[in-house]
Design a protein around this ligand. Sequence first.
Ligand code: ATP
Length: 354
Amino acid sequence: MAQIRIENLRKDFGAFNAVKSSSFTVENGEFFMLLGPSGCGKTTTLRMMAGLELPTSGEIYIGGEEVGMKRASERDIAFVFQMFALYPHMNVRKNISYPLVSQGLNKAEVASRVAEVAKILRIENILDKPVGGLSGGDRQRVALGRAIVRKPKAFFMDEPLGALDAEFREHMAEELRALHDRMGATTVYVTHDQLEAMQMGDKIVVMNHGVVEQFGKPQQIYDWPATKFVAKFIGSPPMNFLEFDGAIDIGGDEVNLSGTSVKVPVSRDKRLGKLALGVRPEHVRFKDGAALAGRVIAVEYLGTTQIVTLETPHGDIKARTPSNQAARVDELIGLEFDARTLTVFDSISGKALV
Ligand code: ATP
């Protein structure tokens, strides 16, 4: 088990800069998510951490030791790929034992480690079965067994559940998280799925165009996104932005919104310019007579809640409200926000102003 720290890590492929000077720390025992859209550089970052790709510059520390130029086999880590490759001609026990046998461990040691792993993964009853006839879930467990049996310092996983259908994926995600909680091994996990990252991660790094946009606990990232990109990428529907062009006036901690002052957590003095007020759909409240009004353009029923899309002078926004709250298309509805839930962004730089 180990802390993993990367400092100013960079990767160029020829003239293309895939990862720009990235720094973050994965604490010992954390389940750590690398999250971002396709092509953002998350896989390249993971591959550098695992030793499958050499960095162009920067440092990687695993358990305090700088390993940037070391091969994967010299880092005492395990990599779990999306396509779990098993040895088809061997049974489950042999598949799991293989890494230990090739390390030269004696028979008794191998047997006891395999028994321990089979217990953790709850696959004791299939140890003597051929892998060919196993269900997808059991194959996944056997592959995990092969990765954990060596007791490596850390696990690296690249979209391991990507190929599974939605229901089974959720089940395996819960299982993986529970397995991590039982073993407590440092795990770095790549995903483009923000829900998966929020559900499973102790911490999340959000990447975009090779840059670390934000790094923190899921709730910090959700409640206090550092950039508009993060605010849009996390949450479904994503955060709304009410755009103001010089008309928003922040003095102390007040924002003047269409004639109504609301307090927001902005520490700067008076600021004029292109600003965006970020509000999560669940924090938009309907209130008769509010200074800001929106015209309903769509209502999407979701069971206990509904998503109401409204057109306002500052852009369209979506509100998540109880589905018994009346909202008809074309109706004009007053809108109110709890200032503690708002984030103010500089529209040009995209950065939060807190
Ligand atoms: P995805 O989820 O689609 O794999 P990603 O965020 O994991 O996306 P990377 O695979 O890290 O992204 O790729 C980042 C960028 O680097 C992409 O534009 C990709 O085309 C490019 N890239 C990755 N590997 C190479 C390579 N070996 N040679 C050239 N370009 C590469």
